[in-house]
Ligand binder design. Sequence first.
Ligand code: ADQ
Length: 413
Amino acid sequence: MVAAPRVLAIVLAGGEGKRLMPLTASRAKPAVPFGGNYRLVDFALSNLVNSRYLQIVVLTQYKSHSLDRHITKTWRMSPLLGNYVAPVPAQQRVGKHWYLGSADAIYQCLNVIDDERPDIVVVVGADHVYRMDFSQMVDAHVESGAELTVAGIRQPISLADQFGVIETDAKDPTKIAAFREKPADPVGLADSPQEILASMGNYVMNADALVAAVTADATNADSRHDMGGDIVPAFVEKGTAGVYDFIRNDVPGSTDRDRDYWRDVGTIDSYYDANKDLIAVTPVFNLYNGEWPLHTGYTGLPPAKFVHAGRGRLGHAADSIVSPGVIISGATAVGSVLSPGTYLHSWASVSDSVLMDGVQVHRHAQVHRAIIDKNVVVGEQARIGLDPEQDRARGFTVTESGITVVPKGTVVE
Ligand code: ADQ
């Protein structure tokens, strides 16, 4: 029997997430709270741990305080068994600059690869919502003989300028013939012209090939030192890049509905939509798959409670996710995500909204189609998400589709 390869996982968690402002004003994108209990990075880390890859470094950089705290508090594993999830902040190990791009981030932490001596390195992004068994991708990579394998998924051609676009070899569709990072003039797939094959930003690489590639890239003055923009195209040029079609990935316990679910929650609208996907009656993405659990921090909070406020005013929630520590007292929540410790007071109404940790909604207040960041206080009678002009005048972000975002800690009178 051939021994299983030694695998080290690297999670790229240094992204700024500019298009998610103001949610990323004080935290890195992978630390953005999602789905009540989670942070975005929990999906990548859960997928790795469930794939039994237990040596994981998380490369952080931008506003990484809350991300580091979350990782060290939540994701400590047993050092006795040689398992770890270690945050590695930008260290200026080589040169006096922060990471220039994702390839430079890997170059700057080559000492970790030296220490671990893995055969294979799995490199994954930290800001997507999905389930994936990386061991199936690693098996396909080893079998194919490629030096680098990129995970691909079909996406609408209108989104091509947000992704690396993969063109497969006409004779061998497991090989990449061309790879263009965020092209403005994409060509649709032969069998589906309105779609492209997008890179998911997840790579499986032979460790020695990765080390050689990022080392050579470091001295290339023309490079942006980016995995998608520079490293993948270099392997494509050499003819050693393969593609792993995500549709082949079969995660235990997946439903027909959520088997191929993958969302890049890069914008406020896509972030909002992905939260809503969790609460559909037949969820588009099912959090309740016990065979592939999504791990996150223990809040230590008491159970949620629903109480009425007299005069027949029942506190209730419907079509919603309600986290620990929530109190709904004579208030109504519909179609919403309520994160730990939110408190809805009498006669308040929250609909089609995402409330992050510790939000208070006082009496008679109304919140509709809004994302309310941590510890916001919505004062008595206040209205959010009902009048876009008023919301903008108060300095809140309102997206084109009409989602209002209230920044962390705001007191809304
Ligand atoms: P983007 O997400 O636009 O496209 P990038 O901004 O490099 O590329 O982010 C990729 C991952 O690396 C994210 O998880 C981010 O947090 C992290 N990251 C970015 N800069 C970093 C740095 N300096 N240090 C550490 N981590 C960093 C990428 C690919 C595309 C692919 C999409 C899929 O380049 O080809 O289609 O992901 O969403």
